[in-house]
Design a protein around this ligand. Structure first.
Ligand code: GDP
Length: 295
């Protein structure tokens, strides 16, 4: 994960450490290299610019230059800013105070939405909840079947209605079913499309208005880089999202999506998908991720 970015940043830091005392020029040169590494990792240009400005401003302060371990201090500043970029503190899933929570999973086709809905149900079940999955991707019978399969894998119930063409009705019926079956969490898998279009957004808005979800979780594929960030911006503008689940972070992704999405959309990454198996979903910890990147 992020291996190329990691290697490049570690090289920059190694050079800094080798210098002993640092001048302002040393820091500025190092920041140029950090900037290039971030851009090559497909981090949004404006995000990179702000990041470099913030770090440089802090790093050329007298305290750093006069200190006995200037390189360490610069690395610490980069680390802190990177934690910020990744979202700052951990963004947890919010549960409804009523004791009955509804999560709406949205995203483009292929992002990993259905798989992630199953993974999330499994994770919440392990935490002692009793989740129900609801299949609202009415356009693809295969998607309904897929949700039933993942539900079975994690040992939770799945509400499906192969005869209905009304996603809003299925969502509402699913919630009634959950209530009468003592479920306390409903996870609604919605339809995805290959591209964002108005029809998709309208349907999602209708479901949102009908069920008033506790949270809308957007699933995006980290491998798609800045496209993932654009998708997040569009979904947030049209629908309002509460958090992001970034999938395929186990792959050879460059890192740009994870490092840009909070700064661009203001919405935090709440979970990371790290594989195809049902247990491969982790809460997203900005500090641990920054440590991993910086080595
Ligand atoms: P949907 O169309 O958005 O519902 O996407 P799917 O849930 O069908 O997932 C699309 C593909 O991505 C499937 O082959 C999944 O196994 C795979 N996938 C989903 N999440 C992850 C992940 O975190 N890591 C990896 N490596 N693959 C994933």
């Amino acid at each position: 994960m992020f291996s190329s970015l990691s290697e490049k940043l570690q090289d920059v830091f190694k050079k800094l450490r080798g210098k002993g005392k640092l001048t302002e020029k040393d820091i500025k040169e190092a920041m140029k290299e950090v900037k290039l590494a971030l851009l090559e990792a497909d981090v949004n240009y404006k995000v990179v610019k702000d990041f470099i400005n913030n770090v440089t401003q802090k790093a050329v302060g007298e305290e750093v230059l006069e200190s006995l371990t200037p390189a360490q201090q610069v690395i610490k500043i980069v680390y802190d800013e990177m934690v910020n970029l990744l979202g700052g503190s951990d963004a947890k899933l919010t549960f409804s105070p009523s004791g009955f929570s509804i999560y709406m999973m949205v995203g483009l086709q292929g992002s990993g939405k259905t798989t992630t809905a199953g993974k999330l149900a499994g994770l919440l079940k392990k935490q002692g909840k009793n989740p129900l999955l609801v299949a609202c991707d009415i356009y693809r019978p295969a998607a309904i079947k897929q949700l039933e399969v993942v539900a079975q894998k994690v040992g939770v119930k799945c509400y499906a209605d192969y005869t209905s063409q009304d996603a809003v009705k299925i969502a509402k019926d699913g919630i009634e079913f959950a209530k009468s079956n003592r479920s306390d969490v409903v996870i609604i898998d919605t339809a995805g499309r290959l591209h964002i279009n108005q029809e998709l957004m309208d349907e999602l808005k209708n479901i949102k208005n009908a069920v008033k979800p506790t949270e809308i979780l957007l699933v995006v594929d980290a491998m798609t880089g800045q496209d993932a960030v654009n998708v997040a911006e569009a979904f947030n503008a049209q629908l309002g999202i509460d958090g992001i689940i970034m999938t395929k972070l186990d792959g050879d992704t460059r890192g740009g999506a994870a490092l840009s999405v909070k700064a661009i959309t203001g919405k935090p990454i709440k979970f990371a998908g790290v594989g195809e198996k049902m247990e491969d979903l982790e809460p997203f910890y900005p500090d641990r991720m920054a440590s991993r990147i910086l080595g």
